[in-house]
Write a protein that binds this ligand. Structure first.
Ligand code: BG6
Length: 484
């Protein structure tokens, strides 16, 4: 029995994104999204973005785990675990296939109605991400995605449509998934819908961006901030009970040594990657360090006089984030070169890493929850956390003690942060059923409580199987976190 206390109404659950689980990429008039143009990759061979489809390449979003057609079975399994919440994304290109269509796609709208009604049937509260790497490719070609201000109106047309349609089914909304990833050298095409110059997934680390790239990114983000704020403003008119959250990819950065220059470097990196977006979305204004940051990036932000009021009027109700790992900042180039970690940080010598090199740090989650709560004083929500691992499927199951161990430690850290004083609404474990990895496009990087028989080449029966962690999590939920 754990001593930790979780609130009675705590939202235990799991999370997915449509582009990583639905497949059925051409079914029911769905349009192409940027995610549909990413090939499968591996840890060592990055995914490629191809403008035209390469007949020799594998595009995992095209088939994924066919959740689009198997959602009934999947949600039944989530209900069996006792989920209180299911975080899913609505795919913009199923509702407006090109992003700027005059007419909506009724088949797409009907599909998500059935999914949401089923959640309600099982007493599972849906948490809907309105944009999780599902940017309409047509708008990428037409306007270079979020670089163009006109994209705001297209997005708000889409969000108003789904908020009207599902106003009695959905209460909790997230506007953009991991909105800050472009500042960490990822998500420029996936999230901002910008056409990459080459077949690469990223522009490079923030520090390596050209002035032109940095300008595109800060303006693209500004347009997303405005689109999010307008969505919040419109949503409150549709249903005053709606609750909106931002969604930030948390970036914990420790100083590699106690050398003051390292401490400052860590502080700076953490501020810039975590609070740049968070401040605009929670506080309704840019952070105090923004000008200095833009100067360092050599980026020019273009705003209109009326933007400030929109940002102020459309702030979110809660702060949600993903948490997977941490890293270290160093001013010693040699240390950085020898210990290269993800997101231009150095590896922490005190931490182990997953097979994909993500350093495992449950205490970092406690730290982040406290740090963020004391900055914003709005409820927090861990909407992604989990371990991507290679599972061994034997006799119809997976004995995934390593996953249980990871989750146990992270959930303990959440309980400790609550005891420290942070207000936390819930925890939705990432990839509650095995889905395609966003960074590598692999199926073999698995997170789920439920094993899906599908390999990296898209071969498999697609049958679902309960792993050991399935039963473990069921018990965690039933005991409201007392039995970890
Ligand atoms: C987050 C994304 O970055 O991390 C998810 O919001 C993603 O879409 C998750 O799947 C885990 O990353 P990966 O690359 O292991 O799938």
């Amino acid at each position: 029995m754990s001593e930790l206390q979780f609130p009675k109404e705590f939202f235990w659950g799991g999370a997915t994104a449509s582009n990583q689980c639905e497949g059925a990429w051409e079914q029911d008039n769905k349009g192409e999204s940027c995610a549909d143009h990413f090939t499968a990759g591996t840890k060592d061979a990055p995914r490629r973005f191809t403008k035209e489809f390469d007949p020799k390449a594998v595009y995992p979003s095209h088939y994924a785990i066919d959740h689009y057609n198997r959602y009934e079975e999947d949600i039944r399994l989530f209900a069996e675990m006792g989920f209180k919440m299911y975080r899913l994304s609505i795919n913009w290109t199923r509702i407006f296939p090109h992003g700027d269509d005059a007419k909506l796609n009724q088949a797409g709208l009907d599909h998500y109605r059935k999914v949401l009604e089923l959640c309600r049937y099982y007493d599972i509260e849906p948490l809907v991400t309105m944009s999780h790497y599902e940017f309409p490719y047509h708008l990428t070609q037409k306007w270079n995605g979020w670089e163009d201000r006109r994209t705001i109106d297209c997005f708000v047309q889409y969000t108003k449509t789904i908020m009207h349609e599902y106003k009695d089914l959905v209460k909790y909304w997230l506007t953009f998934n991991e909105i800050n990833t472009p500042l960490m050298g990822a998500g420029v095409t996936m999230s901002l819908g910008m056409m990459p110059e080459a077949e690469k997934l990223v522009f490079g680390n923030a520090e390596q961006m050209s002035s032109k790239e940095a300008t595109q990114i800060v303006n693209g983000l500004h347009h997303q901030f405005l689109a999010s704020a307008q969505t919040v403003i419109e949503g409150r008119k549709i249903n005053p009970d709606f609750e909106f959250g931002c969604m930030i990819a948390s970036n914990i950065v420790y100083p590699y040594t106690c050398k003051p220059a390292d401490v400052l470097a860590a502080w700076k990196q953490q501020q810039r990657t975590n609070f740049y977006c968070g401040d605009v979305m929670v506080r309704g204004e840019y952070a105090s360090f923004t000008e200095a940051y833009h100067k360092d990036l050599q980026a020019t932000l273009e705003t209109l006089p009326e933007d400030a009021d929109v940002l102020q009027a459309g702030t979110v109700d809660f702060y949600s984030f993903s948490y997977y790992m941490s890293g270290c900042a160093t001013t010693d180039e040699e240390v950085l070169r020898k210990n290269k970690n993800v997101f231009s940080t150095a590896k922490n010598p005190y931490l182990e890493a997953s097979e994909w090199g993500w350093q495992i740090d449950p205490e970092g989650l406690r730290y982040y929850l406290n740090e963020t709560y004391s900055r914003y004083r709005v409820p927090l929500f861990i909407v992604e956390n989990g371990l991507g691992a290679r599972d061994e499927f034997v006799d119809g199951t997976v004995h995934d003690e390593y996953r249980i161990d990871y989750l146990r430690k992270h959930i303990t850290a959440v309980g400790e942060a609550i005891a420290d004083g942070a207000v936390v609404l819930g925890y939705t474990m990432w990839g509650c059923i095995d889905i395609v990895s966003a960074s590598t496009g692999e199926m073999s990087k698995r997170y789920g409580f439920i094993y899906v028989d599908m390999d990296d080449e898209g071969e498999g029966t697609l049958n679902r199987y309960r792993k050991d962690s399935f039963y473990w999590y069921k018990n965690v939920i039933a005991s409201n976190g007392a039995q970890l």
